[in-house]
Design a protein around this ligand. Structure first.
Ligand code: TXA
Ligand code: MG
Length: 315
């Protein structure tokens, strides 16, 4: 059921049920982070392997201390500057956060979402919410309540509707590795913005062999239809005779029906492109195509997060 009642969401969460919530990045599948019952229900609804840890959401920075024993000094300026917002920090967990949430790691991923409904929700409860993206494991993340309803509607009692997500890609994950500030997942806070505050940071390449590596698995965010990324015209010539879908940044490709193409931002704005990315992928995935061809975005700002998702969708 989709609705906008914070009271209803609060009541369900207090009963250790799970509820889909809007954030500015993507919709999350939320439960009481202190409740093993709620946390297990999240893994189950998503069909998520237990080695993939969950992000814990709190209302404001004063409540980080409720889930973490300390904040590394180097990360404090990043927290001050970018939270609330599309950013997650990896911090030493405290004893209230179970191994189930962190998949056995001593670190907990903490996020303060800026979305107003979810802010109000978090301020109305006295426990943090653990929430992965509200999609079946490995599929495209939801950026509208209807996306959640289509895939998980029968498994969860309530979807809190906050409209379309403004950022559209998941949070940037930042932590410390070997004493250096490290980006574990490219996301809604551009790396360039972080570097303006703390100077150059390390960017960790993702890994499919080591699931413990934060920033996740190589294949993810994937549509059901085969998905390839590259120069669209060159790819089109390799798939003659097939029903082709096109996901481009700005360009309209002649020879492909309009209903089989999506431009992420006609005027070349990477923020708008990120906002539209997952809905466009989902749309094309529903058009009974043989293959979807996507093109790379400029490798700067949010383009880096978009390219990361395109790469994983094609893996
Ligand atoms: O924007 C977001 O971050 C969204 C919204 C709902 O908050 N959430 C999200 O969660 O993207 P999820 O579960 O789809 O991705 C979380 C990723 C995990 O796959 C993992 O790689 C990393 O965060 N992660 C979580 N806890 C971690 C930990 N303790 N250590 C390392 N990585 C962690
Ligand atoms: Mg996810």
């Amino acid at each position: 059921m989709i609705g906008a009642s914070i009271q209803k969401a609060v009541a369900l969460l207090q009963m250790e049920k799970i509820v889909a919530i809007p954030t500015e990045t993507v919709y999350g599948l939320a439960g009481n982070a202190y409740s093993p019952k709620a946390v297990s229900a999240i893994f189950e609804a998503k069909n998520r392997p237990s080695f993939d840890p969950l992000i814990v959401h709190v209302a404001d920075s004063s409540r980080i201390a409720e889930v973490s024993r300390e904040i590394p000094a180097a990360l404090q300026p990043i927290i001050d500057q970018f939270m609330p917002g599309p950013l997650t920090v990896l911090l030493p967990k405290n004893e209230k956060i179970s191994d189930l949430v962190t998949a056995g790691s001593d670190l907990v991923a903490v996020r303060i979402p800026a979305n107003q409904l979810t802010q109000k929700l978090l301020q109305s409860i006295d426990f943090p919410l653990t929430a992965p993206s509200a999609n079946p494991f490995g599929y495209i993340s939801p950026t509208q309540a209807e996306h959640v309803e289509a895939q998980l509607g029968d498994k969860i009692p309530y979807i809190l509707d906050g409209g379309a997500c403004e950022v559209g890609v998941e949070s940037t994950i930042v932590g410390m590795e070997a004493g250096q500030i490290t980006i574990f997942r490219k996301g809604g806070t551009p790396i360039e913005d972080i570097e303006q505050v703390v100077g150059p940071v390390k960017v960790r390449a993702h890994s499919s062999s080591n699931p413990e590596a934060p920033g996740m698995l190589k294949s993810h965010y994937a549509p059901k239809v085969p998905f390839q990324v590259g120069e669209i015209k060159a790819l089109m010539s390799k798939h003659v005779g097939k029903k082709i879908g096109v996901l481009s940044f700005t360009e309209i490709y002649p020879g492909i029906p309009a209903a089989h193409q999506r431009q992420l931002s006609l005027n070349g704005n990477l923020r708008e492109a990120a906002q539209h990315l997952f809905a466009a992928m989902r749309y094309l995935d529903g058009q009974e195509l043989d293959i979807i061809l996507a093109e790379w975005m400029p490798e700067e700002g949010l383009g880096r997060a978009i390219n990361d998702r395109l790469k994983r969708a094609s893996a």
